[in-house]
Design a protein. Structure first.
Length: 189
C-alpha cells in the first residue's frame, strides 16, 4: 500500500505522519539504497533488499517500543521520508529520535524542523515521554542545525564514534526534555 492511501495519524501545517506498511513502497527501498541519502544514517552501511526492509518494518511495527511513521507533505500530497521514535524506554520515559528525508527535492525546505516538532509533540504530549535524544555526525551540519531549530540542545560529543568516508568522525549527542519543549511552546516557537 502506498503512504498516500493512508489517513493521516498526526498532522501539522505542511506535513502529516502516516503508518508505514509492510508492503514496501519503491521510493523507500530506493532511498535506503542511495548512498547520498543514507550516508549519515546508522543503517547506511549495507545495501538493503526488499525482503530485508520488509522484515525491518514488520519488526518495528510489531514492537511496542517503537513509533515509526511515513512523512507526507500535504500540498501536494507526496511521500518524502520516515521518522522514528525508538527504542522507547517506558520506565525512564526516554526515546531516541531518527529522521530520513529520502526525497531529495524536499530537503532544505524546512520540513525537517516541522517533522521534528510534530514528532516531539507526539513524544511529549501523547506518549508522555520525558526526554528525546538524537545523534548526528559533527560534519552533518544541516542535521545539527535542524535539531537545534526544533529545540534540541547539544549535550555532548563522542570522539571518533563513526567511520565515514575513510576516517573516524566525532558525533554530537543532542536532547530535549518535556520541560524544554513546553517552555519553547509557551514562548510561541
Amino acid at each position: 500500500m502506498k503512504p498516500e492511501e493512508f489517513k493521516p495519524f498526526l498532522e501539522s501545517g505542511n506535513i502529516c505522519f502516516v503508518p508505514v506498511d509492510e508492503e514496501i513502497d519503491d521510493r523507500y527501498l530506493a532511498w535506503v539504497n542511495d548512498r547520498e541519502t543514507i550516508e549519515h544514517l546508522e543503517t547506511g552501511k549495507f545495501p538493503s533488499t526488499r525482503a530485508a526492509l520488509t522484515e525491518y518494518v514488520k519488526s518495528v511495527n510489531e514492537c511496542p517500543n517503537h513509533a515509526f511513521f511515513g512523512v507526507m507533505t500535504k500540498n501536494p500530497v507526496r511521500y518524502i521520508g520516515n521518522v522514528k521514535l525508538g527504542p522507547i524506554d517506558w520506565i525512564n520515559r526516554t526515546a531516541e529520535y531518527g529522521l530520513m528525508i529520502g526525497d531529495k527535492t524536499a530537503r532544505g525546505k524546512g520540513y525537517g524542523a516541522e517533522i521534528a516538532g510534530l514528532a516531539m509533540h507526539y513524544a511529549f504530549m501523547i506518549l508522555n515521554l520525558n526526554k528525546v535524544t538524537a545523534g548526528a555526525s559533527v560534519d552533518n551540519i544541516a542535521s545539527v542545525k535542524m535539531h537545534e531549530k526544533a529545540g534540541f540542545r547539544v549535550e555532548g560529543k563522542l570522539k571518533e564514534q563513526v567511520f565515514h568516508n575513510g576516517s573516524y568522525r566525532d558525533t554530537v549527542r543532542m536532547g530535549i526534555t518535556k520541560n524544554q519543549y513546553l517552555e519553547l511552546h509557551q514562548n510561541g516557537k
